[in-house]
Design a protein around this ligand. Structure first.
Ligand SMILES: NC(=O)c1ccc[n+]([C@@H]2O[C@H](COP(=O)([O-])OP(=O)(O)OC[C@H]3O[C@@H](n4cnc5c(N)ncnc54)[C@H](OP(=O)(O)O)[C@@H]3O)[C@@H](O)[C@H]2O)c1
Length: 279
């Protein structure tokens, strides 16, 4: 029987324009998943190596070959400057995958008028271990193949959610883009509350982290609605129920998280408006 081809199902080439924390996490995961390193080129001003076998350059000099997926991984405020240099080198037959927070598809199309389909992506940092969330949206001019390619690539990083309405991008970013930080705060609060009750603080920190990890994994393995799972383990008059009653108060956890997400979403809208003005 023929051996599976490890190079199958990957783009012919992936060109990273900028490869710092976020794009670097995506790239390292793809390499772990079998992306052949010789198919990857990274452009970054520092010229710093990324991974064995990956070509790194400090600037883009030649036209980008058709069939290349170009991942935009620099900071959103650099869009104008970077596009000025590289847009003339990116033509039809390429797919643009942008992880630039707050930069809408219409602005990307203006900056890269000749490129093939443009897909907007908001990943989060757990992509490095294949447990991330990638939100995707494509413009009306995006064709099926680039959509499929972007979806399949991001599926290697964890959950993929397509948004039919790009206007929800900031809301989705508040949930899954900012979400890991909110969960880290919850873990910290759980640990601090345990220490407050007299537990050793290092032990409380370990217990809080393992509890959140275990709860998340078992919730995703069970497929049961987390609300129902919480109720299932809370018998009337017991410890868990009494604790849940505090969280479930009208001014408890739900309105706090709702306010947190709304505030983050609104800041996303403000930042996008500011970056549009400055570019
Ligand atoms: N961090 C997150 O959690 C997160 C989540 C979702 C989306 N994003 C998005 O990801 C993008 C990058 O964020 P980050 O946190 O990864 O930032 P970062 O670590 O600072 O990375 C920025 C990258 O851009 C490169 N760069 C700077 N100037 C450039 C230029 N003129 N041409 C090409 N590349 C250039 C840098 O090169 P050097 O490496 O040489 O310095 C670096 O590789 C942003 O657009 C952000 O909105 C980030």
């Amino acid at each position: 029987m023929a051996k599976p081809d490890p190079a199958a199902n990957w783009p012919e080439h992936i060109l990273f324009i900028g490869c710092g924390n976020m794009a670097g996490a995506m790239l390292l995961r793809w390499l772990d998943e079998g992306l052949p390193s010789e198919r990857v080129t990274v452009i970054r001003p520092s010229g710093k190596a990324v991974a064995p076998g990956v070509t790194v350059g400090t600037s883009l000099e030649n036209p980008v070959a058709p069939g290349t997926l170009v991942l935009l991984g620099f900071k959103p405020q650099q869009l104008g400057l970077v596009a000025q240099d590289i847009a003339p080198l990116i033509g039809e037959g390429t797919t643009l995958l942008s992880i630039l927070a707050g930069v809408p598809l219409a602005r990307l199309r203006t900056a890269f008028p000749r490129s093939g389909s443009i897909i907007r992506c908001m990943p989060n940092l757990p992509v490095r271990i294949g447990k991330g969330v990638s939100i995707l949206a494509a413009g009306p001019d995006a064709t099926d193949d680039p959509r499929g390619l972007a979806g399949a690539l991001c599926a290697r990083l964890g959950l993929v959610e397509w948004l039919a309405d790009e206007r929800l991008f900031d809301a989705a970013t508040a949930l899954s883009g900012c979400g890991p930080a909110f969960v880290y705060r919850f873990i910290d609060a759980l640990a601090a509350a345990g220490a407050d009750l007299g537990l050793d603080s290092a032990a409380a920190a370990r217990m809080a982290l393992a509890t959140v990890e275990g709860a998340g994994l078992s919730a995703s393995a069970s497929g049961i609605d987390p609300r129902a799972m919480a109720d299932a383990v809370a018998s009337k008059g017991g410890m868990t129920r009494q604790g849940l009653d505090v969280l479930d108060q009208p001014d408890g956890l739900a309105p706090l998280i709702a306010r947190t997400l709304r505030t983050a979403r609104d800041r996303g809208v403000e930042l996008a408006a500011l970056s549009e003005k400055s570019s």
